[in-house]
Design a protein around this ligand. Structure first.
Ligand SMILES: C[S@@+](CC[C@H](N)C(=O)[O-])C[C@H]1O[C@@H](n2cnc3c(N)ncnc32)[C@H](O)[C@@H]1O
Length: 204
């Protein structure tokens, strides 16, 4: 390929990537994922990755924690991550953003995931690896949701639990025909590969 052709191809690719970013940001959902005092850095990175895939407006981290960008696989470049010091800052943030708190927890107050009817503007809050969520946040939540389990290990990994609940929420929106961009990038089986190939930032 000549230098000029190569340069033009690069410019087209960059323009296409820019258009996709703008489209992504326009389509962000009024939904947040929050993590309470999570200690394992890769768990936070995995939640950021899910938040990005689901087009959540933001990820909220409560507690001064390091988190693992490697597990996020570049999604941290496109998804807003808000870090808050403590429970008071979190309460204020929920109020200012008009998020409705949905605690994801194994708890006697919880409804079964399969029966869950979520509020508008949900903020799905996941608990720490050890100790889970504090009782006061479970009391303050609009709802507590629990994922049924049949195994002998008593809990799921928190990033997996968050991902399951977020996609249950999206599935229910879809069932009510309220999900924007419902195809989620699934390929039209009749369409060929887009010109210039798929624009993937990172694999893994
Ligand atoms: C490993 S669990 C915490 C386990 C245990 N409750 C503890 O106190 O050590 C971490 C978080 O994952 C989420 N989680 C795990 N399994 C879940 C389930 N079956 N339903 C809802 N949330 C779950 C909750 O947010 C929980 O706080």
């Amino acid at each position: 390929m000549s230098d000029l052709k190569h340069q033009l191809a690069m410019e087209r690719r960059l323009a296409r990537r820019q258009r996709r970013r703008e489209e992504y940001h326009r389509g962000l959902r009024p939904m947040a994922i929050a993590a309470w005092n999570i200690t394992k850095e890769h768990n936070v990175g995995s939640l950021v990755r899910t938040a990005h895939a689901a087009a959540a407006a933001e990820v909220v981290l409560v507690g001064e924690r390091e988190w693992n960008v490697e597990a996020a696989k570049t999604s941290e470049l496109y998804t807003t991550v808000t870090q808050l010091a403590d429970i008071e800052a979190f309460r204020k943030h929920l109020e200012s953003r008009r998020w409705n708190l949905v605690a994801v927890e194994l708890d006697h107050r919880a409804v079964n995931l399969f029966d869950a009817e979520y509020p508008e503007r949900p903020c799905f809050l996941l608990g720490a690896e050890v100790g889970g969520l504090p009782g006061e946040l479970l009391d303050e939540a609009e709802m507590v949701v629990q994922i049924p389990q049949w195994g002998l290990v008593p809990s799921l990994n928190l990033a997996i639990a968050g991902s399951i609940v977020v996609y249950d929420y999206l599935g229910k929106l879809h069932g009510e025909a309220r999900l924007n961009r419902p195809d989620g990038g699934l390929l039209d089986q009749n369409a060929g590969e887009p010109e210039g190939g798929y624009d993937v930032d990172h694999k893994g």
